[in-house]
Design a protein around this ligand. Structure first.
Ligand code: 4AD
Ligand code: MG
Length: 460
């Protein structure tokens, strides 16, 4: 009977003393004169299996030559292992070589640098660190859907090709079907009427604007998909393609929005801690010491809530030589985020941001200076979520767009939401990779996304 290694671990009592068949790969191979030991895994769980064979097998000599990386089928008996810390091992009756692997296979069983493994991105899911990281990624994604689905949110797929710049930051990747060597021109300008969509188009930076249309139809909705930003930021937490979760909730104000942000984050963290025990122990041991304790503390804490004004006051009182002096009315730099999360020793919501540094759609506060926006800052990953109550007043939104010199024609449908049954509504965006950085302790976004797209890199 062919079984998964995961099934074997989960039901070891059932299989002890029985004959089984496993299919997977050789991770390591040690040979002695009369015995051989194969460190075997099939990817169905983080744990490996020790496969032991001896010279009673007719093809003992050829098995000893099987290389690391080869695909094999093992027929054997599950027995108690004499090795300490190992519950069982496989006593081999037969091993079939399904797919050979040459000796110069790049993933030899030794410590490789993360940089080297990035160059081997098509092989790195086989390495322990990435095997763990991408399983956590999968489980976390599932838990996010589970969280929202169980609470009645409608999953909405925002378009990836769009004509609108949600964040207004001008960081769009432009999309065209033109032959770039022969772009049609008219009166000295690009003639987009000849392009596929008859207008300039781009890859989306956020599905929020479209999500709002669904929130005003379903009350609770969320998107979970890729977003693209043409920002030339070479940091550990920026990618040009990243996944974002964007819930949008009608009849919900900023305070309600923050409750959802906090509740969801705790749910996802708990879910991963419970369902990825081996992976999380590995990260705690080899990547970030104290990681599990940090996450357990988060689950049981109440997140700090401060305003942008208060945050700047704390920063200005701090005895730190800043690269960027913290100033009222201005943005918060990476070094400031770090200080604030360390100061409160956990996640911090910063609310009520200066309106001039935030997006057009945010609800203006009564002071006329700030908007009902929130960022959630966590130690290590910095800003993992950004959200706001949306401007639901038609006149105010139109005025804001005029002040910013925005094209209202293009977003008429978005503005009309404020005319056709408008209501208080709010939402937020969770950067999926930032979340994974926080959960795994892996400190570089390039190592929590299978094929990272960052400035200068679109390999694989
Ligand atoms: O703060 P941002 O730009 O907010 C929005 O896009 C809103 N439309 C969200 C909403 O209210 N529906 O992005 C949201 C989150 C950030 O907090 C961050 O976690 C992540 O997306 N993010 C990035 N992650 C990786 N690489 C980048 N270049 C990122 N830019 C933003
Ligand atoms: Mg933001």
């Amino acid at each position: 009977m062919i079984i998964d290694v995961k099934e074997l671990y989960n039901n070891i009592d059932k299989y002890m003393g029985k004959e089984i068949t496993l299919q997977g790969w050789i991770r390591n191979h040690r040979k002695q004169k009369e015995l051989g030991f194969i460190d075997f895994s099939d990817g169905t769980c983080f744990q490996h299996v020790q496969v032991v064979y001896d010279d009673q097998l007719d093809d003992f000599d050829s098995i000893t030559k099987y290389h690391v990386g080869s695909a094999i089928e093992v027929h054997g008996l599950v027995i108690q292992s004499p090795k300490e810390g190992q519950a069982f091992e496989i006593q081999t009756q037969k091993i079939l070589l399904l797919g050979d692997c040459p000796e110069d296979y790049p993933l030899q069983p030794k410590k490789h640098s993360r940089e080297f493994l990035r160059e081997q991105a098509y092989l790195r899911p086989r390495a322990n660190l990435f095997q763990a990281a991408f399983r956590v990624r999968s489980v976390a994604a599932y838990s996010i859907h589970k969280y929202f689905q169980e609470r009645g949110y409608v999953y909405f797929q925002a378009p990836l090709l769009t004509a609108s710049d949600c964040e207004g930051a001008g960081e769009m990747f432009h999309v065209t079907s033109f032959d770039l060597a022969h772009v049609p021109m008219k009166d000295g300008e690009v003639d987009y009427s000849k392009d596929m969509f008859d207008c300039p188009s781009s890859l989306t930076v956020s599905g929020q604007l479209e999500a709002e249309t669904f929130a005003l139809a379903y009350k609770k909705t969320y998107t979970f998909g890729p977003t693209f930003r043409a920002e030339n930021s070479n940091t550990r937490v920026h990618a040009n393609e990243f996944w974002m979760i964007e819930p949008e909730i009608a009849f919900c104000d900023l305070a309600g929005d923050m409750e959802i942000m906090e509740d969801m984050l705790k749910y996802v963290v708990s879910y991963v801690l419970e369902h990825c025990k081996d992976e999380m122990e590995f990260f705690d041991k080899f990547i970030e010491s104290g990681l599990i304790q940090k996450l357990e503390k988060l689950v049981h804490s109440r997140f700090t809530r401060i305003t942008h004004r208060e945050a700047i006051e704390i920063l200005q009182k701090a005895d730190v030589k800043w690269e960027f002096e913290p100033k009222q009315g201005e943005d918060i730099a990476k070094e400031h985020e770090k200080y604030i999360t360390e100061y409160f020793d956990g996640p911090v919501f910063i609310t009520d941001w200066p309106k001039d540094i935030k997006a057009f759609y945010m609800k203006e506060n009564e002071d006329g200076q700030t908007v009902a926006a929130v960022d959630l800052e966590v130690p290590g990953a910095g800003e993992i979520m950004g959200g706001s109550q949306r401007e639901d007043c038609y006149e105010k939104l139109v005025k804001r767009m005029d002040d910013l010199g925005m094209d209202k024609q293009e977003l008429y449908w978005y503005i009309n939401l404020r005319k056709f049954g408008s209501c208080v509504h709010s939402g937020f965006g969770l950067g999926f990779e930032r979340l994974l950085i926080y959960i795994t302790g892996i400190d570089n976004i390039r190592d929590v996304i299978p094929y990272p797209r960052t400035p200068g890199n679109c390999d694989f």
